[in-house]
Design a protein. Structure first.
Length: 189
């Protein structure tokens, strides 16, 4: 139990550091996008180094302007998926509704995985004992049922978190069937 608590503490620390880095990057982007402030006499402040000319913002659909609020929400939602259950707990009280939704969906994915694993383990154990009876039975490596169980219970949830993180980062709003309705209901309250 102490190992699990220590692991959760380390994950929470890493998530805090990553969240701090995201906030620093957002502030830097916001400061870079805002015009230079005027000095006390109404003159622009003197800059000792030359800035490269800034590209004018266009409104064409091919090149939309970069909105720090949207980027910040996307990064936080991505981190909620990448950090799994701990990330969901960290970002579940965020002020942005999209981030709360993705954090709750991340928590629900892990809860379903925790419920699915023992049930599927018992089922696969019964299958193996019927299919390969005896105390010295050898389960072949090419057994499709065993591979399917391993893929869905062990590799499935992390792969799903990674897929949702990528989809969220590129601007999508991925929804897992049934889980998104629960996440939307919980975050709406």
């Amino acid at each position: 139990m102490s190992v699990v608590l220590a692991l959760l503490g380390v994950l929470a620390s890493i998530a805090g550091i990553v969240q701090t880095i995201v906030v620093i990057i957002e502030r830097a982007e916001r400061g870079r996008r805002e015009p230079a402030s005027a000095g006390a006499a109404g003159h622009p402040t003197r800059v000792t180094e030359e800035r490269p000319p800034q590209r004018p913002l266009t409104t064409s659909p091919a090149d939309p302007p970069w909105d720090p609020e949207i980027v910040g929400a996307a990064w936080r939602s991505t981190l909620a998926y990448l950090l799994g259950f701990a990330g969901g707990l960290i970002f579940r009280r965020n002020r942005r509704p999209d981030v709360r939704f993705h954090a709750m969906q991340s928590i629900l994915i892990d809860l379903v995985a925790v419920i699915y694993f023992p049930i599927s383990l018992i089922t696969v154990g019964i299958y193996a004992s019927i299919r390969y009876p005896g105390p010295n039975a050898h389960i072949p490596a090419a057994d499709v049922v065993m591979w399917t169980w391993a893929a869905t219970s062990v590799f499935g949830p992390p792969a799903l978190h990674l897929l949702l993180a990528v989809l969220t980062l590129i601007g999508g709003r991925p929804r897992i069937p049934l889980l998104w309705k629960v996440a939307a209901t919980v975050t709406a309250a």
